[in-house]
Ligand binder design. Sequence first.
Ligand code: HEC
Ligand code: HEC
Ligand code: HEC
Ligand code: HEC
Length: 212
Amino acid sequence: MECPSKASLALTGLAVAFLALAMAFHLEIWGRYEPPPALPRVDPSFTNTSTVRTSLAELKRTGGDTSEFACNACHEVGDHARKLRLDEKGSVILPDAHSELVMRHGRSNRNDNCFNCHDEANREMLRTRDGRMLKLEESTMLCASCHGPTYRDWESGIHGRTSGFWKRDLGPIVRKDCADCHDPHAPAFPSVKTAPGPHGLHQKQEKGKFHG
Ligand code: HEC
Ligand code: HEC
Ligand code: HEC
Ligand code: HEC
């Protein structure tokens, strides 16, 4: 009988060794890999880039519901007769029709008088203290009339939020309006929940262990 050559012996040996190895992997005889636990999803409210509120200007731009701002559906234009009712401390008593408003402009409610901002004769207009008439959606210029320094910061991009294009010849920059972040009636910025810290992604993966 012809003796198998050394080479084919070695090859058969190798094939058997690899088969055994494949079997061993298949049967997981050295233990099973346990994947690290799935990372919990971040609450989408932390990654949402929209502002805390939506101004009328933004509603108009995006075709939202502006029915709340149709003041003259109820108020007569040129109706000067009504006077604001004030309590003994001089704070505005909200009429029932507007009881859902929260009035707290300034720490001591210094700017709660409706007619510091809304025009008495035409409620769908704003009126600055120096008598300029503005549309309700032009409220940033109303804020500017009393908050000059903050407005200058806003104009130069230090206050508020700028988006749009850095490269100006590609398109305009957009500055979010004051009323996209501040409620004109209670403008103190609400405190925000802190987002969770970053996941130790690599650390956690290294912790994925082999169990015998
Ligand atoms: C659904 C009807 C309705 C709408 C819409 C409405 N109001 Fe009024 N508003 C009233 C009523 C009713 C009163 C109370 C009048 C009274 O007490 O005699 C009132 C009172 C007020 C007052 C207090 C002074 C006053 O006249 O008594 C202000 C200021 C005011 N509204 C502003 C506005 C502005 C600004 C808008 C639009 C952004 C608006 N209202 C939209 C019904 C409405
Ligand atoms: C500091 C200025 C300012 C004062 C003071 C003020 N308003 Fe306004 N008000 C605004 C602006 C600006 C808007 C439009 C806001 C926007 O773009 O969302 C507005 C919106 C409204 C609206 C529409 C609905 C809403 O909730 O935004 C009503 C109603 C209203 N004001 C009533 C009143 C009444 C009544 C008073 C007095 C008790 C008052 N406002 C005082 C600036 C003011
Ligand atoms: C008629 C003048 C006037 C207008 C118009 C006005 N403000 Fe004010 N604002 C004030 C005064 C007065 C204070 C109180 C300052 C203080 O308490 O030291 C104040 C306070 C504030 C504060 C600080 C609030 C806090 O509790 O610390 C913010 C924020 C603010 N205004 C934002 C706005 C925005 C946004 C607008 C436009 C929708 C606006 N203001 C329009 C006069 C005005
Ligand atoms: C993108 C959101 C955003 C926009 C837009 C924005 N603000 Fe603010 N504003 C803030 C935040 C956040 C604070 C800080 C609140 C704090 O420190 O507690 C603040 C604080 C303020 C204060 C109080 C400042 C102080 O030193 O205490 C005023 C006044 C004010 N803003 C006015 C304005 C005016 C006027 C405009 C528009 C010209 C405007 N803001 C636009 C987010 C905004």
